[in-house]
Design a protein around this ligand. Structure first.
Ligand code: ZN
Length: 352
């Protein structure tokens, strides 16, 4: 792709100094309150709805993001296998009604989903974005297989029990989910995505409830297969965490454990645990870092001036030497005001 924005982002991915610090904000755009006309539920079965909502959001902003991250409902593969979720009033949190895997033997009933059949609409969203954005690079969100197994295909309780009592059944399910994820991620890149946003952690519970050995087998083991199978310019990894399930519980972030992942860039909620400058010390020789925007407080309820101050602080703390991009951790809330999106863009130009 020939574009100034793409080159800016790629300089960061190579851990070089960009012409200015790039920024991106991601959320469940079909559910964004001030966008109004799009359906979160419909976007899970209609690639056009998903693509159109992302384009509409970009068009409504006064400043251009440097990278678009496309965020589908992250249980979209589970939906194809038969899990159901409660979409209501366009609320972005669509709680689980039932999961396809209820008992250990159900892992064996999953099949590899076809990007041309069951996952067609999600690939189509990539095709439409590639056609209509042209010089705006975008990456598509790919959830880690174990996170899908725990949140949507099955439940955390099912996975935790099967790791102990039925590991072969669980491994069979993980194989199917992993093969599906690989095929789908490749299809997104073939359709024009500049890369993938690979979400691990799923709220952070695995960091708390899995042993390091279990993380190495069931998270890293399958994640690595996905990441190594996909060839694309941008591999950004999201280390999902919350204060309730914090990576600090095992000191994984501080220990540099995430260096085992073959990615270009890491992203996490830097306000919840390790701050940007410390993360750069630990990971800066391997990964670019992306983060610094607090989706829970500043972006959601702060004033534009608060947001601008936060951008300045993040750049002051992490911009030196390059390899840094501004972003939130997890998705921003659907009620984050439009003015605060603009404040990030304005401040990135002013301070970046
Ligand atoms: Zn997250």
């Amino acid at each position: 792709m020939e574009s100034e924005r793409f080159e800016r982002v790629m300089a960061v991915m190579r851990r070089e100094v960009p012409d200015r610090v790039p920024w991106s904000i991601w959320g469940h755009f079909p559910a964004v309150d001030w966008l109004g006309r799009y359906s979160w539920e419909k976007s899970t079965r209609d690639g056009e709805e998903s693509a159109a909502s992302h384009i509409a959001l970009l068009r409504e902003l006064d400043y251009k993001m440097d990278l678009l991250k496309v965020t589908p409902y992250y249980r979209f593969m589970a939906m194809q296998w038969g899990s159901s979720f409660d979409f209501r009033d366009n609320r972005e949190d669509a709680p689980t009604l039932s999961t396809v895997v209820k008992e250990a033997e159900d892992w064996g009933k999953l099949w590899v989903l076809n990007p041309k059949k069951e996952l067609r609409e999600y690939v189509r969203a990539n095709e439409i974005l590639a056609r209509d954005l042209r010089r705006m690079p975008f990456i598509y969100t790919i959830p880690s297989p174990i996170i899908q197994a725990m949140n949507g295909v099955g439940t955390p309780e099912r996975v935790l029990e099967d790791m102990e009592s039925n590991p072969d059944a669980l491994r069979q399910g993980m194989e199917t989910i992993t093969e599906t994820t690989i095929d789908f991620a490749k299809a997104c890149v073939d359709a024009g995505a500049a890369g993938i946003f690979f979400g691990i952690g799923g709220g952070g519970r695995i960091w708390r409830d899995f042993t390091v050995e279990q993380l190495e087998e069931y998270a890293l083991g399958y994640d690595r297969r996905v990441l190594e199978a996909v060839d694309c310019p941008i591999k950004m990894m999201h280390i999902c965490s919350t204060p309730q399930g914090n990576a600090e519980d095992k000191g994984l972030m501080e220990a540099g454990w995430f260096k085992k992942y073959p990615v270009d860039c890491i992203n996490w909620d830097a306000h919840e645990y390790t701050w940007l400058d410390r993360a750069k010390e630990i990971y800066g020789d391997r990964f670019a870092v992306c983060g610094g925007l607090n989706r829970v407080t500043t972006l959601r309820t702060g004033t534009p001036a608060d947001v601008e101050a936060e951008v300045k602080k993040a750049i002051d703390d992490a911009g030196e030497g390059g390899g840094f991009m501004l972003g939130p951790g997890c998705t921003v809330y659907q009620d984050m005001p439009r003015d605060n999106y603009n404040a990030v863009g304005r401040a990135a130009i002013r301070y970046g």
